[in-house]
Design a protein around this ligand. Structure first.
Ligand code: XMP
Length: 328
């Protein structure tokens, strides 16, 4: 039987470590009761919700949890390494790491339509995950990082909530959803209490199709690498300048056109890198974070000298509306 499926009307908002601890303890006994001595499978993306679900399940049932981390090649620099370090090395989880980069990039080669790109990434993800699941014996449960706003939005008809992660019909698992009744801010407090690192718990939103939507048009390996390197520099500089955790979302985009430049006295013909940094509360309306001139100059210098293929840096100062946050 699934434990509590609906957030009780009188539930106190989790705002303190003590309240988080109380929730963790109640979930551990509920999870043990639900799962018994059976095995649970989890697609661990490294995002906040699935990471907190993993940490809770590791505490409750240890190595009865099998985590699968699919690297689709569109993750940010250092992300797969961090998932392995935190979950396999430190928390001793049973973690299967699948580097499916080539498979995804081969399927995406030459595909320019944004919707088509998203469909390929989402479909391939389920296929890789299902393939891994079929190799395992004795799995009876599937854990999901469903949170309370997902349920509210699906009830309101805003967003389709994928039960069982969109897995093929013949793969039947009972669901385990240990953060289902929590709001996002509560998931973060619970994650911190479980000992997850701050940059995992408080990380900015990152779309499922990952860097794929920040490499507009047909994705090529060299342009994808340029987006990844520039993004890593941007994140490093935001952290150094105390902007991490203060600015809601910030990232780079490398569009598919080139312009003329000069490097070491020679003509170059390379891509521009666009920087976008925004603030919002509900993502329906978004304002732009205005960076200091000193930081702008520094970012331009680092990105144009350190990232191969970039000879120009542009800043996107457009709010939403009229622009969306992502480019695709
Ligand atoms: P837009 O571009 O619609 O983005 O203004 C609003 C917020 O949603 C994130 N986003 C996504 N998140 N899968 C996700 O999980 C997606 O396909 C996706 N597309 C956009 C975006 O990063 C921003 O925070």
């Amino acid at each position: 039987m699934n434990p509590i499926l609906v957030r009780p009307a009188d539930m106190v908002r989790i705002t303190t470590p003590a309240l988080a601890e109380k929730y963790i303890e109640s979930q551990i006994s509920a999870l043990r009761e639900q799962i018994g001595d059976k095995k649970v499978l989890l697609a661990l993306s490294g995002g906040v919700d699935s990471s907190v679900v993993a940490a809770l399940l590791i505490k409750a049932v240890g190595r009865q949890l099998v985590c699968v981390h699919v690297n689709h090649g569109l993750l940010r620099k250092g992300e797969p390494e961090q998932v392995i370090k935190v979950f396999r090395d430190e928390m001793k989880a049973d973690l299967i790491y699948v580097d499916a980069t080539d498979r995804f990039l081969d399927k995406l080669a030459g595909v320019t339509d944004p919707e088509q790109k998203r469909k390929i990434i989402g479909g391939e993800f389920i296929e890789v995950f299902a393939e891994e699941a079929r190799k395992l014996d004795g799995i009876e449960f599937l854990a999901q990082g469903t949170i309370w706003p997902d349920i509210l939005e699906s009830e309101a008809g805003i967003k389709a909530h994928h039960n069982a992660g969109g897995l093929p019909e013949d793969m039947k698992f009972e669901l385990v959803e240990p953060v289902r009744i929590l709001f996002k801010d509560e998931v973060r407090i619970v994650g911190k209490q479980l000992g997850l690192p701050d940059n995992m718990v408080f990380r900015q939103p990152f779309p499922g199709p990952g860097l794929g939507v920040r490499c507009p048009g047909a994705i090529t390996r060299d342009r994808l690498e340029a987006v990844r390197e520039a993004d890593a520099i941007l994140r490093e500089e935001f952290e150094k300048n105390g902007l991490e955790g203060k600015v809601w979302q910030y990232f780079t985009v490398v569009p598919d056109f080139k312009s003329t430049g000069i490097k070491n006295g020679k003509r170059t013909f390379d891509w521009p890198c666009i920087i976008r940094a925004i603030n919002t509360t509900d993502v329906m309306e978004v304002t732009v974070e205005h960076l200091s001139d000193v930081l702008i100059d520094h970012l331009v210098k680092r990105i144009t000298t350190e990232v191969p293929g970039i000879n120009r840096v542009l800043f996107d100062y457009t709010p939403k509306p009229p622009a969306t946050v992502e480019y695709e």
